[in-house]
Every structure is written in C-alpha cells, then in structure tokens.
Design a protein around this ligand. Structure first.
Ligand code: G3P
Ligand code: CA
Length: 228
C-alpha cells in the first residue's frame, strides 16, 4: 500500500492566489493540504508579518524594506494586485492572524526569514498553545538558539546545501523533527540516513507530478508544493 505523503502548501496555494495571503491559506486548506508553509519577517515595531521577501516591492503596492515599516503601514499595502486585480483587497497577514485562523486544525510551517524574528516568534507562540507548528529557517545558528530556549519546539532543519550529510548531522544536533532539503539533492541515501535518525524528510519545492512520484518512490514523507 502507498503511504500518504504530507502535503505542505508552499506559501499557501500560491500557484492560484497571491503567496502568503489569507486567501492562499484558505484555498490550500480547501484543496486538502495537510499543512501550510509561510515566511516571517519582523516589522519596524516588532510584529511578525507573513511575507517572503526582505522588501515589499515584488508582492505589494509599496516599496522598501519590511523592517522599515510599522505593522500598520504594512497591513495598509495591497498585497494581491501584483498577482491579479481580483485580489486587490488582500493584505499582508500578521502571524498572529494566521495562528488564530489555523487554530488546532491546520499545521503551520513557520519559516523564519529574518534573524530578529526568531525570538519574537517564540514569545508569540506562547499565546497559541493549541497551535500545531513546525519552525524552520536557513539560519541554523538561529535554530540552535531557539532550541536552547525551547526544548520541545518542533524544528524543521531547512537547507539548500548539496552537502546533505553535514546538514543531517547538524539537524540531529539541533534535535530537529524533520529535514527539509532542496528537492534536487534528494536521493535514497539521504532519505534512509534521515530515517535512521528519526528525521522525517520534506523536500522543497516540488510541483511536477513526475517528480512527486519519483520522490514518493525514494521514500520521502511529504513535500512542499505550490500546487497542493
Ligand atoms: O521551506 C521551503 C522553502 O520555502 C524555502 O525556500 O525561498 O521558498 O522560502 P523559499
Ligand atoms: Ca519559505
């Protein structure tokens, strides 16, 4: 029997709606995604906001660094028209709004993009004890720091390195729950090494049906996709 793979909607249902928007998250849930991946930066006034880039230029009507704007200024921007005029009412979500929406229903993979957001996210999560979360980052120093502060935090070790053995060793040292490799580096050896160490394997970002199938055969536990 085929095992059920865990489908992470990458930035929500981002192939059919503006990435990292509430609409993208709702559509991902409607499509049957098991979890939602989202990206977090910090506003000038210290609120975690859900946006991928360091600047607002690509995905909103504004320009400049996320970290130079207050949360109120960020929420005022049109974060949907860049994708389609149909989404002109979309705004950048606050992480707290997504956590409140997800409740204990939807698992969230919170990817920390800016170093200063890491410890703030830990504080924010205290108000959402029911949340089902997995925290990840390319910033491994930050992941180790978060692990020191929270021994039970579910951590996904995110890497774009082709030197996966080294990355797996670090993931084990960080007591990560899962390993998130760039999909092109995923092989049977990588998966079996992770499984030997109780790390689930979620490659990113996989949209082609044939690659989804080949990864299934290789034995991954799920994947990130823009097409959940
Ligand atoms: O977490 C997987 C993936 O989201 C990492 O890359 O650039 O899409 O945030 P990026
Ligand atoms: Ca991401």
């Amino acid at each position: 029997m085929q095992k059920n793979l865990f489908v992470w909607a990458h930035r929500g249902a981002s192939s059919i709606s503006p990435e990292n928007s509430m609409t993208a998250f709702r559509l991902a849930e409607a499509a049957g995604a098991d979890g939602i991946e989202l990206d977090v930066h910090l506003s000038r006034d210290g609120r975690p906001v859900v946006i991928h880039d360091e600047t607002v230029d690509r995905t909103t009507s504004g320009s400049g660094l996320v970290s130079d704007k207050t949360a109120a200024e960020l929420l005022d921007l049109d974060a949907g028209s860049w994708f389609s005029p149909d989404y002109a009412n979309e705004s950048i979500p606050l992480l707290t709004d997504v956590l409140a929406w997800a409740g204990d229903r939807m698992r969230l993979n919170i990817e920390i993009k800016s170093e200063d957001a890491g410890l703030v996210v830990l504080e924010v999560l205290k108000a959402f004890p029911q949340a089902r979360i997995l925290v990840s980052s390319f910033n491994h120093k930050l992941l180790f720091r978060m692990r020191q502060l929270d021994h039970s935090l579910p951590i996904g070790f995110l890497t774009d390195s082709r030197f996966w053995r080294l990355a797996v060793r670090r993931a084990i040292a960080c007591a990560a729950e899962s390993f998130h490799p760039q999909q092109k580096y995923v092989t049977r050896s990588l998966v079996s090494c992770c499984h030997q160490h109780n790390l689930t394997v979620y490659p990113w970002t996989v949209d082609s049906p044939s690659r989804k199938n080949s990864l299934r055969r290789i034995g991954v536990d799920g994947f990130f996709t823009n097409i959940p």
